[in-house]
Write a protein that binds this ligand. Structure first.
Ligand code: AKB
Length: 311
């Protein structure tokens, strides 16, 4: 029987991915962990354990006690918050990943999922349809840690046969949990302003295009990748993955179809520079070829679904 431990389970992605994993493997198979005690409230349907991912002894103990077979290592500090504490971001993002990879190398776990990000790309990366293999010169500590993490994942796979799989997520948009300190968070927060009748103050300029993805597509891609036969996985660093590409002006127009009086104002801050260094759109041909990736949601379909649920 699979036993699946999720780190950072209380976060934006973790909250939804943990539910999906419980549906897929049964709630008895799931050990949700988070550093935040309050996260426990979200996990009345499965086992919950407090875990600071920098506490490698406790992580090892949980893996042994629960006879964990797979880890979804989601805990990380994202791009915007990372810029405020660069050295700690590097430490947390790198040390925890290396410990998870070591557990897999030692045979204590059989499979690892670890998210990378479009933040690995930088100012010299081709901006449109960014290829899988290209220039990567990240400008944020988060991006640097994700790029280094990708290299470590491939290294552990090639050198020790670790079955580690990864996706370079674009900005993830969900309505069930708050966003976690990233540059793409505006596209999560804008919907709540629309339904509460507030003017939305956007921290990016109106024509800043970024790759984005609705959470159900992100969950689908993650499960699909993790269930794919080993032989089909040709990328062991991290797969480009893509769904939608839009700007603040585009999402505003999409919301206005439902809330015609909705207003937006633009007040770019330090996150503008980060967004400008990232691609506008991503070429995910390899994911489509290797394990049949296909997104279900475009911008208007996502907007309609989110507004229906949160209104
Ligand atoms: C962020 O904005 O930092 C994240 C990401 C694109 O990885 N959402």
């Amino acid at each position: 029987m699979e036993k699946i431990l999720i780190t950072g389970a209380g976060g934006q992605l973790g909250s939804e991915l943990t539910i999906a994993l419980a549906e897929e493997y049964g709630a008895d198979a799931i050990i949700a962990t988070d550093i935040n005690e309050k996260a426990k409230e979200k996990f009345d349907y499965c086992t919950f354990e407090l875990l600071d991912v920098l506490d490698s002894e406790r992580m090892t103990k949980l893996v042994k006690d629960y006879q964990v077979t797979q880890i979804y290592h989601l805990a990380a500090i994202l791009s915007a918050v990372g810029e405020k504490k660069p050295l700690f971001t590097w430490k947390l993002n790198m040390d925890s990943l290396l410990h998870v990879l070591e557990l897999a190398k030692d045979g204590l776990i059989q499979k690892v999922y670890w998210p990378s990000s479009i933040a690995i790309f930088g100012t010299h990366t081709p901006i449109e349809n960014t290829p899988q293999h290209t220039v990567m010169d990240p400008t944020t500590v988060y991006g640097i840690s994700k790029l280094a993490g990708e290299r470590w994942c491939e290294y552990y796979h090639q050198k020790y046969g670790v079955d580690v799989r990864s996706l370079r997520y674009p900005g993830l948009i969900g309505y069930k949990s708050a966003a976690g300190g990233g540059t793409t968070d505006y596209a999560v927060n804008i919907y709540r302003s629309a339904i509460s009748g507030e003017t939305f103050e956007c921290f990016l300029e109106e024509d800043t295009y970024l790759p984005m993805m609705y959470m159900p597509d992100a969950i689908k891609a993650t499960l699909q990748l993790m269930k794919a036969p080993k032989e089909d996985i040709s990328i062991r660093s991290s797969y480009n993955i893509s769904a939608i590409s839009f700007s603040p002006a585009d999402i505003y127009q999409s919301i206005k179809k439902h809330y015609p009086d909705f207003r937006i104002s633009y007040k770019p801050d330090f996150r503008q520079k980060i967004a400008t260094s990232w691609p506008d759109s991503i070429d995910d041909t390899q994911a489509r070829l290797d394990w049949d990736w296909q997104n279900d949601f475009d911008l208007d379909k996502m907007t309609a679904d989110i507004l229906k649920h949160i209104a």
